[in-house]
Design a binder for this molecule. Sequence first.
Ligand code: NAD
Length: 293
Amino acid sequence: MAELIDGKAIAARIETDVAEGVGRLAREQGYVPGLAVVLVGEDPASLVYVGRKSRKTRALGMRSIEHRLAADASERELLGLIGRLNRDPVVHGILVQLPLPAHIDSARVLDAIDPRKDVDGFHPVNVGRLSTGTGGLVPCTPLGCMRLLDTVITDYRGLKAVVIGKSNIVGKPVAMLLLERECTVTVCHIFTRDLPEIVRGADIVVVAAGHPALVRGDWVKAGAVVVDVGINRITAVDGSSRLVGDTVFDELGHAAAITPVPGGVGPMTIACLLSNTLEAARRAIGPATGHVR
Ligand code: NAD
């Protein structure tokens, strides 16, 4: 039977570590890390995500600064707010909740965030740092995938990793992180030919396609480790709905280890966001100087 990688428990451990780190920073240097979350409009899912992030931020002892703009706020208004947050010394992390309304150019907005405060890791400077292995802030979901893999893999060198999905927020950064660990990485996408055959060669499979039941049991070799990033809501004939990933979970008993959906990658994303915020605060503040502000 495949080992279940318990994302909920691993995320809880990361959050405990973050809370300890926040406490130490406050005691030793008198700083409280601050995360600003910007929401434009009233998208119901985004409201839930933002609320959850703010509550968790406060629960770990950090300052949560929420900015809500009306759905018809102009791009200029949003860029003005980001400029102020970039300059605000109590803000160490800035997160703009996506998607933004269609009249706003998301790329321009993300580019305006100070890369040192870019806790989502989407700024081109951080993307470049990731691809050159030079220590920027790493996107939260890919970082979460690696933390899960780290619980079952100690030596990545030479392992064959297949990543399904090439988005900027999951697939590409995960591929970069696996490459950084010296895996041999194949990135697949909707136009990839012979996908099952490619996946069969993998020691590590990370699937982030947003396609329920894409990866079947006979695609995965015995002893592989599978990380399922997909979150798909499916509705049964009786009208009830549930979340499933991109794999057929019940067919993967022969894998060495797998992540469930829900309870796998999902809880890791917020945990990694908070750990990125602490990291950004530590870098902004620098080494302990002995005096408290
Ligand atoms: P996306 O739509 O931006 O990208 C999907 C990628 O998968 C594309 O590169 C596409 O070519 C590829 N793809 C789609 N169908 C495919 C198929 N049949 N065969 C091969 N490749 C296929 O999606 P995304 O933003 O990267 O998200 C992917 C999934 O991960 C979604 O289900 C999303 O909800 C989930 N997600 C989860 C978290 C989390 O916190 N757990 C975070 C982000 C995204």
